[in-house]
Design a protein around this ligand. Structure first.
Ligand code: NAD
Length: 309
């Protein structure tokens, strides 16, 4: 029988791509419940789903920040059984800490971390009863390493990593697997929404030096990173499809080879200094070269040393 896959955040990006790829599986192994907070945005997904709509893919409403919405969504699934849960819904937040509101920070944790916790608590009893299941979590390389001006977002992804690594131990007893997928930059609406947010935020209470580091050094470097090593949502979804199809899914799966050396810096030096100093150098020294017009030379250098192909 086809496995029921519930995915959160399918109105755009990785969630949308994943839903469509699974629904088009040529062996028809999946029945996809593609969920989104606002059903008014279902048009793009429905068009991309094509003939799969109403067959191997159905669309449902789900706000991961509402327990009521989670319960309502699960009650509409045939038999209430979810075989594969994909926690994909997420929001970003960048900027100097001093200039961000606590409410904005709490919203990131409530969506990215507690959103996944709400869904897991709802599907786990059924999975445990059936002694099978797979929980996939779209984490990030920022779940493995801190990134400047992304403190809260990274904290939300670190929280997911700790939570699910802990849970994975218990769930092996129930034949339930957990996979944390850790993409680097992905060309979705995600970055656009963040940049829009940043351009309309004043960042009060932030000193001029910090604002300069953020606006003139971090933001151009971040755009360059998305341009040079960014993956497409299709490529990331393909990796997730493989993970879902595997008999013994791994606990962690990075999607971008160019990030492996950066992640390895932490393993090589448990004191953490190597990672912090290297990323500091990358941002505050090497990007100065970018600003001097040595863009190609600097880019080549950056890729050669940190993201060798
Ligand atoms: P995206 O903005 O296209 O997708 C995120 C989706 O989550 C959106 O459809 C949004 O509407 C939905 N969402 C937000 N709050 C929600 C809520 N309360 N309930 C239900 N849905 C909600 O961006 P994306 O890149 O496809 O992001 C998907 C996941 O991938 C996120 O968890 C993100 O943190 C992660 N990720 C993204 C990148 C990147 O560079 N784009 C990199 C690593 C990890």
């Amino acid at each position: 029988a086809p496995r029921t896959v519930l995915i959160s955040g399918c109105s755009s990006g990785i969630g949308l791509e994943l839903a469509v790829q699974l629904a088009h599986d040529h062996r028809q192994r999946y029945r996809v419940v593609a969920t989104m907070r606002d059903l008014g945005k279902k048009g793009t997904l429905e068009t991309a789903a094509g003939e799969a709509l109403g067959q191997t893919l159905t669309v449902a409403q789900l706000d991961v920040c509402s327990e009521e919405s989670v319960a309502q969504c699960l009650s509409c699934i045939q038999g209430g059984e979810v075989d594969v849960l994909v926690n994909n819904a997420g929001v970003g937040l960048v900027g100097p800490l001093e200039g961000l509101s606590l409410a904005a920070m709490q919203n990131v944790l409530d969506t990215n971390f507690f959103g996944a916790v709400r869904l897991v608590r709802a599907v786990l009893p059924g999975m445990k009863r059936r002694r099978k299941g797979h929980i996939v979590v779209i984490s990030s390389v920022m779940g493995l390493q801190g990134v400047v001006f992304n403190e809260i977002y990274a904290a939300s992804k670190f929280a997911l990593e700790g939570f699910f690594e802990s849970l994975a131990v218990q769930l092996l007893q129930f034949n339930i697997f957990i996979t944390l997928v850790e993409p680097g930059p992905v060309a979705t609406d995600f970055e656009g929404k963040l940049l829009e947010q940043v351009s309309t935020t004043e960042f009060p209470d932030t000193d001029p030096d910090t604002l300069h580091y953020f606006r003139d050094i971090y933001l151009p470097a971040s755009r360059e990173l998305f341009r040079s090593v960014g993956q497409s949502p299709q490529d990331v979804a393909q990796v997730i499809v493989k993970v879902i199809g595997s008999a013994r899914p791994p606990l962690r799966r990075q999607t971008n080879d160019r990030y492996t050396p950066l992640a390895a810096l932490k393993a090589v030096d448990p004191s953490g200094s190597l990672y912090v100093r290297t990323t500091h150098c990358l941002l505050f020294r090497w990007t100065r070269l970018l600003n001097l017009g040595l863009r190609c030379l600097a880019c080549g250098c950056l890729r050669f040393r940190i993201w060798p192909r």
